[in-house]
Ligand binder design. Sequence first.
Ligand SMILES: Cc1cc2nc3c(=O)[nH]c(=O)nc-3n(C[C@H](O)[C@H](O)[C@H](O)COP(=O)(O)OP(=O)(O)OC[C@H]3O[C@@H](n4cnc5c(N)ncnc54)[C@H](O)[C@@H]3O)c2cc1C
Length: 656
Amino acid sequence: MTTEIKPQVDVRQPVEYTDARLNANIPAGPIEQKWSKHKFEMKLVNPSNRRKYTVIVVGTGLAGGAAAATMAEMGYNVKAFCYQDSARRAHSIAAQGGINAAKNYRNDGDSVYRLFYDTIKGGDFRAREANVYRLAELSVNIIDQCVAQGVPFAREYSGYLDNRSFGGAQVSRTFYARGQTGQQLMLGAYQALSRQVAAGNVDLNERTEMLDVIVIDGRARGIVTRDMITGKIESHLADAVVLATGGYSNVFYLSTNAKGCNVTATWRAHKRGAFFANPCYTQIHPTCIPVSGDHQSKLTLMSESLRNDGRVWVPLKAGDPRSPDKIPEEERDYYLERRYPSYGNLAPRDISSRAAKVVCDEGRGVGPGGLGVYLDFTAAIKRLGESTVRERYGNLFDMYERITGENPYKVPMRIYPAVHYTMGGLWVDYNLMSTIPGLFVGGEANFSDHGANRLGASALMQGLADGYFVLPATISNYLAQGGLEKVDSTHSAVKEAVQSVTAQTQKFLDIKGTRTVDSFHRELGKIMWEYCGMSRTDEGLRYALQRIPELRQQFWSDLRVLGSSDDLNQELEKAGRVADFIELAELMCLDALERAESCGGHFREESQTPDGEALRNDDEYCYVAAWEYTGEPSKAVLHRETLHFENIHLAQRSYK
Ligand SMILES: Cc1cc2nc3c(=O)[nH]c(=O)nc-3n(C[C@H](O)[C@H](O)[C@H](O)COP(=O)(O)OP(=O)(O)OC[C@H]3O[C@@H](n4cnc5c(N)ncnc54)[C@H](O)[C@@H]3O)c2cc1C
């Protein structure tokens, strides 16, 4: 390993390492028995007592929608919140390619243990074994649950559910519904939620943005929201709070996430005491439509499923001006197949993304600016016929053609990596409870089970495992322990939280500067992509840690938000989200700087193998970094949860 230690630039106070105060509450016993034993040992709430408890669920995507519907079905009072105009428009609806499950329908060697192994290895040994095993175990139940709901998964001629392969696996375990798997799964969760809304067990609040968590006597007891239509700010109280509010890729401004995705819910919880884990672990997806200019506010994913049949290549020669059909086979570099013969085009996302960057940095990229590689279906069309390719990927091909004006049945797609998913999030224990007792976190919002790199088709699996199976059990266990005093809106903590949200909302309007929210967001995104993106250096991160606080200072002195706070005001909504992104960005860079190793999606240029692969440093960094807010992102305190690998041996990852 070549680790160059740069002289300390005084961008922040040195990080204070505390003894790990984190108890992951991992049950004892063999890994195969942990969850079932834990479920048996957890306390239950008697069915007739459940109606006495209220649970707030923020987020109605796959994780939140599943959790809210399931807990209401069990008999709890549920209050659900989302900022979209309909719960079913949560960002999960965008998921295209599929959902993993260890059903082994193909009889190709899959098992719960193999899914567990692939996920730990895919995450570059930076995830908690016990959680990952449980995830693999629950994957099979998810498919049964969804089929029972009527989710129209693709089927083979025989009638069995069909599967395809995703990156980082050598088996076919990805269940799908054309290129709309998220949408179909969402409809399943949404219908279950709607049933409970109709039954009066879920109070559904759409177009309502959560802006703070209420903590009373050290426990999460409610939230503060703003009605996005009327501007009304109010408190909601409960016995437990769940955040299932999605990921924060939009800190980079350009990402494959919907424009609305943001970090506000988890960031505000962080400021109230929830530790933020591994904030720098970002997933850059290798197959997205390349950036085409400054006018863009969002990027488009081309599902990883396309790499089942599409071959990735660039010209052998740098600066080759010929169109792809004029470049003969022997003058092409199928670089994934060459570098990773065992996994080929289905090498994991972090590896494939970096490989694309390498060939583009060598001047062999294609398309405008040389930031693109080909994803070519010529061979697949020849082998399978156009109609089969159309059946498998038709809607993705149509989407590509609508955006680029090129017909991918005739010319290879051009793709380039883009920010897609965040493995970081609020720290949770085995019960998915954060460091604020009573505050649970599910789906992409928690620091999750994916370590430093998520495998394709595993986010939907995790969101639904959390929502349908884990949270309903662990929240019951929490509630059954009792000790929750009755609280009402006259409590000083409630008043303080409402007051602080009201004051901050007004503050944005009062700045009356000259710059739009978007101009700050775009500038932040450029800093993050440049210095905390696909590859990171000590020097670059230190520079970003100087620039971001300057940007924050400009934001708070020169922002202009028009309109008022008692009306629909999207600029005002964005101001709050970008204020949080700027603070989060600083923590991400701090986290990336502290982790002077490469692992998964976190590639530190100083730490690579001779052939350019990520080089971990297990002696020093085999931990989850959980950051505590102490008033300023730059003064965040790092706590470390050491990761223990008792079942799968730590090894240098190889996909060759
Ligand atoms: C284009 C694309 C394709 C993908 N394809 C796949 C795939 O094929 N397979 C796979 O496994 N994964 C895929 N992913 C990843 C996966 O879709 C997401 O990780 C997952 O759906 C997240 O689900 P979630 O329930 O955690 O959050 P989301 O679905 O993002 O839901 C978040 C919810 O929280 C609410 N919310 C957020 N903040 C607030 C607030 N402050 N106040 C009130 N409500 C709030 C929102 O309104 C929403 O209801 C894809 C991602 C993208 C971007």
